[in-house]
Design a protein around this ligand. Structure first.
Ligand code: NAD
Length: 359
């Protein structure tokens, strides 16, 4: 889902040229879809499959392995967050030794990330089966770490050509991960609404995604094993993932990237605690985004998002995550120094204030 779009500073219809471009992807979505993974691999001509799976999806991976039968050439069950290149290199070596011609990845963003990294390196098609709401499965983006440094690259070869969403794989997701992962998805959609390269297409997706997440997340938290509610949340998160693929992210993702990279903080929790703060700072400068958010969230979208974040039973502040207050200005300086698109430019003082609020 590579996107190149361009639009003037104000989204005035008819006054600037928007370019909308997507990469082809085949998406299966619905209960039981995981049972079709082996057929999807066969559809890609696979004869020698590498199966990457997170331990939390071991049972589903076992069923996929059974379906693949003799076409299962290799299996790797220990993906690591933030895609360390050393882990990728080992998996690539194993895949090459096994003459792998297709990668199937099952799990959260960490498993999907490893699948993307390996698939791009060996030039094999991939089937992604996500079990969280992180959205990586529909993006041509990969963050990789080496010697403690995280770099992100964008390449159409990274985007899985087939994505299989099965809500049954999310039924046992703990409430904390459910909430934070859905907030991670929500952040993709919110930032797409104020992105400089937003189009009518991404506006529509983002509005539907925000409305879907805000409706389905409370339903899922009330009834975590309800496949209907899980399915609605998963499909809203899919749209949010497409928003991440199609638009350039702003202040929120920049903060998450710098904080996460500097202090090695948990990805989804960080998104959860930051989003309301960023919305409060950005929305006065993004009236069109605010109008769309109000349409689906009511008159005070910031309060709605803050309420969801505060309901989390894990760490809800940067202080809880162990970030020293004295480091916040340093983070703000780095955020301001690196260029990123945002509805308004912020000074180091303003970013420090925001971080103090999240602290
Ligand atoms: P994760 O994949 O690290 O999973 C977190 C934990 O939850 C793991 O222990 C995992 O086994 C477990 N888990 C996953 N699904 C589960 C389920 N259904 N039930 C129970 N447990 C489950 O976390 P994540 O938030 O999905 O992904 C974060 C990673 O993905 C980060 O490295 C982030 O940078 C990356 N990411 C990349 C993109 C992109 O476009 N490149 C987008 C979003 C996230």
């Amino acid at each position: 889902m590579g996107a190149t779009t361009a639009r003037g500073p104000e989204p005035t219809e008819g006054e600037s040229v928007a370019v909308h471009q997507t990469l082809a992807a085949r998406v299966l979505i619905g209960r039981g879809a995981c049972g079709r993974v082996a057929d999807e691999a066969a559809r890609l001509g696979a004869r020698r499959v590498l199966l990457v799976a997170t331990p939390s999806a071991a049972a589903a991976a076992d069923r996929v392995a059974e379906g693949l039968g003799e076409r299962l050439a290799s299996r790797f069950d220990r993906p690591v967050p933030h895609t360390p290149v050393a882990v990728t290199a080992k998996t690539v070596a194993t895949a090459e030794a096994a003459a792998v011609d297709c990668v199937v990845a099952i799990g959260g963003g960490s498993a999907i990330g490893l699948g993307k990294a390996v698939s791009a390196r060996i030039g094999a098609p991939q089937v992604a089966v996500p079990t969280t709401y992180a959205g990586s499965e529909v993006t041509p983006v990969l963050g990789e770490t080496e010697d403690g440094r995280k770099t992100t690259r964008r390449d159409p070869a990274l985007a899985p050509g087939t994505v299989v969403y099965d809500p049954d794989l999310t039924l046992a997701m703990p409430p904390g991960l459910t909430r934070t992962s859905a907030m991670n998805a929500l952040a993709h959609a919110v930032e797409a609404l104020w992105a400089p390269d937003a189009t009518r297409y991404t506006d529509a997706l983002a509005t539907e995604a925000v409305g879907g997440i805000l409706t389905a997340l409370p339903e899922v938290l009330a009834a975590p094993r309800d496949p209907g509610a899980r399915g609605r949340l998963q499909s809203a998160a899919w749209l949010a993932g497409v928003c991440l693929a199609q638009t350039r992210m702003g202040l929120h993702h920049q903060l998450a990237h710098v904080l996460g990279g500097t202090f090695d903080l948990p990805h989804a929790e960080l998104h959860t605690m930051l989003l309301a703060h960023v919305m409060a700072v950005n929305l006065p400068a993004a009236p069109a985004a605010g109008e769309r958010l109000s349409r689906v969230a009511g008159p005070d979208p910031v309060a709605v998002v803050r309420g969801l974040a505060q309901g989390y039973e894990g760490p809800t502040s940067l202080a809880d995550l162990g970030v020293a207050r004295g480091r916040l200005r340093d983070v703000a300086e780095r955020v301001v120094a690196a260029p990123y698109p945002n509805p308004r430019a912020l000074t180091v003082e303003e970013v420090t204030d925001l971080l103090n609020g999240a602290w």
